[in-house]
Design a protein around this ligand. Structure first.
Ligand code: ATP
Ligand code: MG
Length: 652
């Protein structure tokens, strides 16, 4: 059926309607989580297109993750709006850079590096800076901060001093030298990093009036979701896109700023009305996402914020639901086992597994939950930023398989689609046996083995599947723009959960040292950690559990304290809440194996299999982290538990 204009508008409350009706000039929506910001801008675009005010090809909607962009496209499609570009900053910039770079420079755009950390490592070595992997990561993210903050290497030392930046044990002058060396090494290799994509687009638009003209002729209307997390570099790109125009609509929630460590600046949102005095500024208060119980917790977290998030009180619209649960556990394994049991209970009462999420502060926390959910026989989806499908060999395999399907020359005599896959790949020189030795050859083989495993997975679910189905699944997983393919519990970091919602949400590991993470020292860093908790609890529609544990390992000393952020938000004025017993299963686990290179205890099944921690300099290899993930997949397959890694919170 065709959606008419009144239908698009009738699904909105009066303030949302104001947003959707303001089709020209600057528009700014500042509102809390779950108040329908994303809904309002989607309906605004639909309204503009359906009334003929917007030519859909002239609209660019910008989001921060590919997943959010995919959701925006899906929502627009269901409103019968076609042809609008919904992209991440990175993907919009990359498209423009790929198109204009060759015209301007006469050469192809450099390739995107897959080994940023090792280039930072080489730069550190060149500058005679001794580092371990942790310091390298800090250096890499500091360089990232500088680039998105429009701070060049030669300006870095001064900027870092005035911004009170610190990189564990490395002084600002040295960081500046590593930064410069990193840029040199990268361009020597003919490569670029993610920030360079934005810089390339900015540079092209800035220096070439023809390019700017062409881009401005293409897009006339701009919409930015999650604007509180925009960086100075992204803002600059936005300004270049706009030129003299002011048809821009931004929506955001300063209380959800969670990327300021990486250069995001909520000031752009808060100062938007100052910058555009004619802007329509609209505030939304009604929370349509969550039950009053969940909204109460969210409001309590907001109230504790240092700036008091003035005036921000969410008004619950939904009927009451279950009480939020606050639960203390003896150790992390017991916490994970409790979450898995609770998830199983919810599934038994009819909550689909895909409507359940476990949210944590750092990705390393995922392992216990993967294990506990596997043990409980519950499928799960790890939301990560792995780039498995971007690997050249995987792309090539996909191309070969597509070619075989198109050419109708799927191999004869193969008993099923999996056999036909492995056949196509072996015709291209892939051997079923792993190659002797390790290194790049072995890695390549591992990737292709994973493609074959995926084919087997497809056949296991549908024995009559054709090669075309394997290709379709491969492509579906590679794009993964829509809901997860598997009906599994989502495991995700709090950062990756932004903008999303589930019926049931478990915010786990809410103890001192983890949330706030122990690196957070300054008041500003602590506040950013508190905002992560706010983002976490506001993802829940009905069931909310907030939990923490007193020890890391079963049988530990139990010396941890619940997060300071829980003060005043736990019911019963901070009375002690029930403690779940230490994990017995966990206690009986064998003493941990140790990393062959550095001797650290290996807590993660996948790293035990590899015999390496993946954290020490001798295993400093980005491919390793991906391989750890693949082994987890393999383990899940052996245990006949469907586990999928989806690739949807990437920015490109
Ligand atoms: P976040 O800050 O987390 O990104 P948001 O402000 O973007 O949240 P949305 O995701 O747009 O909020 O909306 C939250 C939920 O409330 C969605 O499920 C949405 O469909 C629903 N919703 C929003 N507005 C209304 C409305 N007027 N009537 C009914 N449901 C609504
Ligand atoms: Mg939103």
């Amino acid at each position: 059926g065709c959606m008419a204009v009144p239908d698009v508008l009738s699904a909105l409350d009066p303030e949302q309607l104001e947003v959707a009706a303001a089709l020209t000039g600057p528009v700014c929506v500042i509102a809390g989580a779950g108040t329908g910001k994303t809904r309002a801008i989607t309906h605004r675009i639909a309204h503009g297109v359906l009334t003929g005010t917007f030519d859909p090809r002239r609209v660019l909607a910008v989001t921060f993750t590919t997943r959010a962009a995919g959701e925006m496209r899906g929502r627009l499609r269901s409103l019968n709006v076609e042809g609008v570009q919904a992209r991440t900053f990175h993907s919009a910039a990359l498209r423009q850079a790929r198109y204009f770079w060759p015209q301007i420079t006469g050469s192809e755009l450099p390739e995107i590096t897959r080994s940023k950390l090792s280039i930072v490592g080489a730069a550190a070595t060149r500058c005679r800076v001794a580092t371990d992997r942790a310091v390298l990561r800090d250096l890499a993210s500091e360089i990232e901060w500088a680039k998105v903050s429009n701070v060049l290497a030669e300006q870095y030392a001064a900027a870092a001093t005035s911004a009170h930046r610190e990189v564990g044990g490395v002084d600002a002058e040295t960081v500046a030298r590593v930064y410069a060396a990193y840029e040199d090494l990268k361009s020597d290799r003919g490569q670029m990093d993610m920030e360079d994509i934005l810089l390339a687009a900015v540079g092209l638009l800035d220096a070439n009036p023809g390019v700017a003209e062409a881009v401005r002729a293409q897009y006339h209307h701009f919409v930015v979701d999650e604007y509180q997390d925009v960086s100075p570099l992204q803002q600059r790109l936005l300004d270049l896109w706009l030129g003299e125009r002011n048809d821009i609509c931004v929506v955001g929630d300063a209380a959800q700023t969670i990327y300021s460590f990486a250069g995001a600046r909520p000031d752009y949102l808060l100062d938007f009305p100052k910058r555009y005095p004619t802007a329509a500024t609209i505030r939304l208060f009604r929370d349509y996402r969550s039950t009053p119980q969940v909204v109460n917790v969210a409001n309590a977290v907001l109230k504790q914020a240092a700036d008091g998030a003035p005036g921000m009180v969410l008004e619950a619209q939904r009927p009451p639901g279950p009480e939020a649960v606050f639960l203390e556990h003896a150790d992390e394994v017991a916490e994970a086992e409790w979450v898995a049991a609770e998830a199983a209970r919810l599934v038994a009462t009819g909550v689909p597994a895909r409507e359940i999420a476990v949210l944590f502060r750092v990705n390393a926390q995922s392992e216990n939950y993967e294990q506990a959910l596997s043990d409980a026989g519950i499928a799960y989806v790890v939301r990560g930023a792995e780039r498995f499908f971007d690997r050249p060999e995987v792309r090539q395999a996909a191309m070969l398989l597509r070619g075989a399907v198109r050419g109708g020359d799927a191999p004869d005599g193969a008993p099923d689609a999996a056999a036909a896959t492995a056949a196509v790949l072996s015709a291209a020189g892939w051997s079923a046996k792993p190659p002797a030795g390790g290194g790049a050859t072995r890695e390549r083989w591992e990737s292709l083995a994973a493609v074959v495993a995926l084919a087997e997975d497809v056949v296991a679910q549908r024995p009559d599947a054709q090669l075309a189905d394997v290709v379709a699944e491969l492509e579906a997983r590679a794009t993964a723009q829509h809901a997860p393919m598997a009906d599994g519990v989502t495991l995700a970091s709090l950062h990756a959960a932004k903008g999303l919602e589930w019926d049931a949400v478990f915010v786990v590991g809410v103890h001192e040292g983890t949330l706030p993470l122990n690196y957070a020292e300054t008041p500003a860093q602590i506040e950013e950690e508190r905002r992560l908790l706010y983002v976490g609890v506001t993802r829940a529609r009905e069931h909310l559990s907030v939990s923490w544990s007193l020890s890391r390992q079963p049988g530990g000393r139990g010396s941890r304290r619940p997060s300071r952020f829980l003060d005043g938000i736990r019911p019963g004025n901070g009375n002690r809440t029930p403690v779940s017993a230490p994990s017995v299963k966990g206690r009986n686990r064998k003493a941990p194996a140790r990393c062959r290179s550095c001797g650290t205890a290996l807590v993660d099944a996948a790293s035990r299999k590899l015999g390496r921690c993946g954290d020490c300099p001798s295993t400093m290899d980005e491919a390793l982290f991906e391989r750890l993930r693949e082994w987890r997949l393999e383990r899940a397959q052996q245990q006949k538990v469907p586990a999928y890694v989806v690739f949807t919170d990437a920015t490109l």
